[in-house]
Design a protein around this ligand. Structure first.
Ligand SMILES: N[C@@H](Cc1c[nH]c[nH+]1)C(=O)O
Length: 404
């Protein structure tokens, strides 16, 4: 019993690794076709990078360590910030667009546990156009579409739209953060109590309560949002989203898109469009992203930037059950009588060079244990494939005649 449980644990572990690899392979291939290059940053980073800028990552969430010179370091708590820092340090204002992707671990701590999440993501620097926003959103869309998940949705919102409303309330920063949480959770009762308690004006209360319902098919949401818009900036945000939707149509990617103007990302650095990706069977966003033009200014020089990050473990959790058998080859097991040991090793090397999974069995000759086996006997070789059995005079004839 214990033995079989152990086996299940080991099998599940291997399977997770295979799924991770397969997701990474899909992502790499996709990012390549969009013209993105891979980038990597250090695991240990100066604590100051994160503590010096307001509203980035909560100090308590970061995993801190003391470096050799006594300096406080953190384990990379986010990827966007260090990638943006690297890029802003090495490019000028007027350089051409830079496109990067990454596969990196992110470390956070919560409830006295250190959590490491592998993230795949992209960042596009040096272009503030709607076309760039749409390119990154399309990439996120195609990534989810290329994975074996039953269903996915991408919710698109606008940080600037929500920000404008928050500013209209004139509440202090900490209260605005709270208000954001209420909008995000879409709990109208709590939201209303909060607005009344904080003496937000009646007309503004009405707008905020309706924002929560600005969710659904893009055309419909845009139409309703226009009736709620309070100023020029909010109108521009709506125009921007409308144009993105038109461009997404050119990509052929509108089907799984939902607009959600009450959408709020957990990172505070977004300035314009934001989005979150959801897949069936996973109760939280697997992907988050958006435009963060003001962040680059805080940590280097002002370069417009947009990107997204995707949590690989969450993706794995949502992969279809039938995906459990990832295209894995059956092992080929080579058996040999002692006099043919040299040829057995030679054959093993030849097959591995042809990318076959090959094991060599030195212990016992029991071909019935393997679905695919090659037995090097004194006078000939016998090849077993399931129920099929064929005999060849030598290795060369086998290699030329047999379709492996
Ligand atoms: N770094 C963000 C995702 C992101 C990448 N680029 C822009 N946003 C996160 O962890 O949620």
């Amino acid at each position: 019993m214990y033995q079989s449980n152990m086996n299940d644990v080991l099998k599940a572990n291997t399977l997770t690794c295979e799924k991770k690899e397969s997701i990474i392979k899909t992502a790499r291939q996709l990012f390549y076709t969009y013209g993105y290059d891979e980038i990597e940053t250090a695991i240990f980073e100066p604590y100051d990078l994160y503590s010096s800028v307001d509203g980035m990552i909560l100090q308590d969430d970061m995993v801190k360590v003391i470096g050799p010179s006594g300096k406080v370091l953190v384990l990379r708590p986010d990827v966007t910030i260090p990638v943006a820092r690297l890029v802003t340090k090495h490019v000028g204002h007027n350089e051409k667009i830079k496109r990067y992707f990454y596969i990196m671990d992110v470390f956070r701590q919560a409830a006295n546990r250190v959590l490491a999440h592998k993230q795949i993501g992209v960042e596009l620097f040096g272009d503030d156009s709607t076309e760039s926003d749409t390119e990154v959103l399309a990439l996120a869309y195609e990534l989810l579409a290329n994975l074996p998940v039953t269903h996915f949705t991408i919710e698109v919102g606008h940080a600037g739209f929500v920000q404008q409303i928050l500013e209209e309330t004139n509440l202090p920063y900490s209260e605005r953060q709270l208000l954001k949480q209420y909008i995000q959770s879409k709990n109208k009762t709590d939201l209303q109590t909060f607005l009344i308690e904080h003496q937000v004006s009646q007309p503004l209360q009405r707008v905020i309560l309706q924002i929560v319902d600005l969710y659904g098919p893009p055309g419909h949401v845009i139409e309703r949002a226009r009736t709620l818009s309070l100023n020029k900036e909010m109108n521009q945000a709506i125009d921007h989203l409308e144009r993105m939707h038109q461009l997404l149509d050119l990509y052929g990617m509108t089907e799984n898109i939902v607009f959600n103007l009450g959408l709020i990302n957990h990172m505070d650095y977004y300035s314009d469009v934001i989005f979150q990706g959801f897949i069936a069977r996973v109760g939280e966003p697997v992907l988050m992203g958006g435009r963060y033009d003001t962040l680059t200014e805080k940590i280097g020089i002002m370069i417009p930037a947009v990107g997204f990050g995707c949590d690989i473990q969450l993706l794995i959790d949502g992969l279809k059950k039938e995906q459990h058998t990832i295209n894995r080859q059956e092992d080929i097991v080579i058996y040999y009588t002692p006099t043919r040991i040299r040829e057995a090793y030679q054959l093993m090397r030849q097959l591995r060079h042809r990318s076959k999974r090959v094991l060599i069995n030195h212990k016992e000759i029991n071909v019935t244990h393997s679905a695919r086996a090659i037995y090097l006997q004194e006078q000939h070789i016998t090849v077993f494939n399931g129920r099929e059995k064929r005999v060849y005079p030598n290795i060369d004839s086998f290699l030329t005649q047999y379709q492996l």
